[in-house]
Design a binder for this molecule. Structure first.
Ligand code: ZN
Length: 308
C-alpha cells in the first residue's frame, strides 16, 4: 500500500509550497507556513473540554423546517443539513479563532493521558502519506485520531480504508475542500473560508458522508482546514453531530517545524493535552520529531488515548 503511494507521489515536496500557491488555492492548502508563535502552547480552556455541546443548549436557534423537496434533507442520524444552514442565514459571527467555547482543545484525562491527532490535508502537494510516521504508530501500538480531508481520501481510497480499519485509529473529519470554517468568507493565511452557512454545512457534510462510506459510521470529530472557525460555524458543526477539535500543542506547525522544535513542543505536554501534527508530508521533520518525542513521553508515563 505504502510503496504504491510513494512511487506515484515520490517527487512531490510538500514543503515547497509557496505563499503564491496558498493565495491562489482557496481552501486548498495546509496551514502553518505563516507565523505560528501565536498558536503554539495555547492556553487550556477547561470548560470547552467538559461538554461543548451543552453550552449551546440555551443559545442555539431552533432549526427551520427543511423544504419539502430538499434533496437528501435528512440523514440517517436525523440531522437535517439544509435546515441547519437555514437556521443561521443572516447571522453575523462575533468571534474568529482556533479556540473558543464549543471547540475541544483539551480533555479530562484519567491519569497521565494525552491525545495525539494527525491531519491529512490533501490537495495538490499534500496527498502523500508520511509512512515512517504511520508505520511507527502502528508498530508501537500508539492510538491516534486521524483527521482526513476528502481530497486525501480520494487520492487513494484503499490507503484511507486501511487506516480506518485499524482500531488504533479513530477517523475524524478534516473537511471537504479544506476551508477555514466561516459564514462570511473570512480568510486566514490567505486561504478564503467558506462564505455562507450553506457553504460551511457543505464543507462539513460532504466529507461527513464520505467518511460514512469509508468507515461505516459517522465521524464524531471535526477539524477545519487551518483549524480556524467563527462562532456561528462552531455551532453549525455541533448541529451536524460532530464536535470541533482544536489542540493545546501545536507540534509541527503545518509540518514546517524541524525535529528539534517538534520535540520541544511535545515536551510541554500535560495530562489532557491534545497535540496536532500532520501525516501527509513525509519529507518534513514530523516523523523524526515524533519518533523521538513519543517514546520519551511514554517513558514519562504518558498513555496515548483517543478523544473521549
Ligand atoms: Zn489540514
Amino acid at each position: 500500500m505504502f510503496d504504491r503511494v510513494i512511487s506515484r507521489r515520490g517527487l512531490l515536496v510538500a514543503g515547497a509550497m509557496t505563499a503564491a500557491g496558498l493565495a491562489s488555492a482557496a481552501c486548498a492548502e495546509a496551514w502553518g507556513s505563516s507565523p505560528t508563535s501565536a498558536v503554539t502552547r495555547q492556553q487550556l480552556p477547561v470548560t470547552a473540554a467538559q461538554d461543548p455541546a451543552a453550552m449551546f443548549a440555551a443559545t442555539t436557534n431552533t432549526p427551520a423546517a427543511a423544504p419539502a423537496n430538499a434533496p437528501a434533507a435528512q440523514s440517517a442520524s436525523g440531522v437535517q443539513p439544509t435546515a441547519v444552514a437555514a437556521a443561521h442565514t443572516g447571522q453575523r459571527p462575533a468571534a474568529w479563532a482556533m479556540a473558543m467555547p464549543g471547540i475541544i482543545t483539551t480533555f479530562v484525562p484519567a491519569g497521565r493521558q494525552m491525545a495525539l491527532t494527525f491531519d491529512a490535508c490533501g490537495g495538490p502537494g499534500n496527498d502523500e502519506m508520511n509512512e515512517v510516521l504511520m508505520n511507527f504508530l502502528i508498530s508501537q501500538r500508539i492510538p491516534a485520531t486521524l483527521f482526513l480531508n476528502e481530497r486525501w481520501i480520494d487520492a487513494d481510497p484503499a490507503r484511507a480504508e486501511s487506516l480506518a480499519n485499524n482500531p488504533l485509529f479513530e477517523i475524524g473529519n478534516h473537511g471537504t475542500r479544506h476551508c477555514p470554517l466561516s459564514v462570511t468568507g473570512r480568510s486566514v493565511y490567505n486561504i478564503r473560508g467558506t462564505a455562507s452557512p450553506q457553504q460551511a454545512v457543505d464543507e462539513v457534510w460532504g466529507n461527513h458522508e464520505r467518511l460514512i462510506r469509508l468507515t461505516g459510521r459517522a465521524p464524531r470529530f471535526f477539524r477545519t482546514g487551518t483549524a480556524h472557525y467563527d462562532d456561528i460555524a462552531v455551532k453549525i458543526v455541533h448541529k451536524l453531530g460532530e464536535t470541533p477539535v482544536g489542540f493545546s500543542i501545536n507540534a509541527d506547525a503545518g509540518a514546517t517545524f524541524g525535529s528539534a522544535q517538534i520535540q520541544r513542543e511535545m515536551a510541554a505536554a500535560v495530562p489532557g493535552a491534545i497535540s496536532i501534527a500532520h501525516m501527509h508530508r513525509p519529507k518534513s521533520g514530523t516523523a523524526p520529531g515524533m519518533l523521538a518525542a513519543i517514546p520519551r513521553l511514554r517513558s514519562a508515563g504518558y498513555e496515548f488515548v483517543h478523544l473521549p
